[in-house]
Design a protein around this ligand. Structure first.
Ligand code: PMP
Length: 405
């Protein structure tokens, strides 16, 4: 893999200071920083070929359309989808889940049916299902988790039943960093012909995510969490399933023929892409994926595993620090609290030391309730972070403790 100083040089923001201190950015779970190639992609679109896609016959429109469709192909191959028809661009993971909740819900969910999620979910994978359940008088069921933050698999098996219409689970918990056993979750659901949506918002950037190997029915993620721009995301769905679903938004580009009597819809994936989509975002996302491939997804995984091991070791040696989410299957996230010190105090003091961490419920209130806490401090690391930065975090934490003792 490329040398770490060369990798860091690819991300201009990592060179800045905050409060006259070198920035330590440990909020990658919320959003990741952008390599120069992604920043340049936006400039290229707007200086070279900005034009609405799929509409014009002129040179610029052709070029923008081609780049946009190339971006779709890049995403397809990155997640190993079977065809480009199965890759829908959306505004992000939230938009993708809402699209499935509406569209799948419209087609397949009725009164008394059940949707199954886990106790670890982000609000984006809870609220759309609650809204669907209230529209359709369906029932939301929740897979419980144990004290390590792992789902209790036997309970999951018990919850799967004749009324279950869909299982929707995170690949990785954003609040704790715990990896869910999605392969086993999917094969158990499929043995009862129940489709599964995997929320890959915190998984896709940390290693190879092969949707065909996983055999999930839907897979969603956001561009901004995988080093691409905000406002773009992906909804992958198996073609046979997507073709059965009604569109969830109407407008331009998702149609074939529009007489007043009855409109006929466009083919996949355009049926789900109404209006002018965020094509500069899609092109930027494709650049980000190319960048990751140039580093190697396995190399990224290895580096992040090393950072997690080092950070866990160092942080566990801090007296009074408790880590939430102690599963051996984790990504490079440490969610913690300091004894008798409020998370916001910890976060604010670390900020003044130039260290960006996230504090709060991480939009996953139910899992915080499960542990009987208001929230945690979350340090989410990625391949451009270093052991030295982890040392600075630990020194910062010691400082917080000394200020409150
Ligand atoms: N799911 C998970 C697991 C997440 O971590 C997030 C973002 N924190 C989302 C969904 C929603 O992503 P976005 O806000 O980019 O739509």
């Amino acid at each position: 893999m490329k040398d770490i100083s060369a990798i860091r040089a690819d991300f201009p923001i990592l060179g800045r200071t905050v409060y006259d201190k070198d920035l330590v950015y440990f909020d990658n779970g919320a959003t990741t920083q952008k390599p120069k190639c992604v920043i340049d992609a936006a400039t290229e679109v707007f200086t070279l070929y900005n034009s609405n896609i799929h509409r014009g016959v002129h040179f610029l429109s052709d070029m923008a359309s081609e780049e946009y469709e190339n971006a779709r192909e890049r995403v397809r191959s990155f997640i190993n989808a079977g065809s480009r028809e199965e890759v829908v661009f959306t505004a992000g993971a939230t938009a993708s889940i809402n699209a499935v909740a509406f569209s799948f819900g419209e087609r397949f969910v009725g009164r008394g049916d059940e949707i199954l999620i886990s106790h670890l979910e982000h609000h984006a994978n809870i609220v759309p299902w609650q809204m669907l359940c209230s529209r359709k008088q369906a029932v939301l069921k929740v897979i419980p988790v144990d004290d390590n933050g792992e789902i209790i698999f036997e309970e999951y098996l018990k919850l799967l039943g004749k009324k279950t219409r869909l299982v929707s689970v995170a690949q990785v918990s954003n609040a704790l960093g715990v990896i869910l056993p999605v392969d086993r979750i999917i094969s158990a659901a499929h043995s009862m012909n129940i489709p599964v949506l995997v929320d890959g918002a915190q998984g896709v950037q940390h290693g190879v995510s092969d949707v065909r190997k996983m055999d999930c029915d839907f897979y969603v993620f956001s561009g901004h969490k995988i080093y691409g721009p905000a406002g773009i995301g992906v909804l992958y769905g198996k073609a046979e399933l997507l073709s059965e679903l009604p569109p969830y938004q109407g407008g331009g580009d998702m149609v074939k023929n529009v007489p007043f009597e009855k409109t006929s819809y466009n083919d996949l994936p355009f049926k789900f892409e109404a209006g002018t989509v965020n094509f500069p975002g899609a092109i930027g996302l494709a650049r980000a994926l190319e960048y990751l491939l140039s580093l190697g997804m396995d190399n990224i995984k290895q580096r992040e595993r090393d950072l997690l091991e080092y950070a866990t070791q160092q942080m566990l040696s801090v007296k009074g620090l408790k880590i939430y989410g102690n599963s051996p299957e984790k990504i490079s996230v440490i969610s913690f609290l300091l004894k008798d010190i409020h998370m916001y105090d910890t976060g604010m003091i670390l900020d003044k030391l130039g260290i960006a961490v996230r504090t709060g419920t991480h939009c996953a209130q139910p899992v915080m309730d499960r542990f009987g806490i208001e929230g945690t401090v979350r340090a989410s690391m990625c391949f451009y972070n270093t052991r030295e930065e982890i040392d600075r975090l630990c020194a910062g934490i010691e400082k917080v403790i000394s200020m409150f003792s």
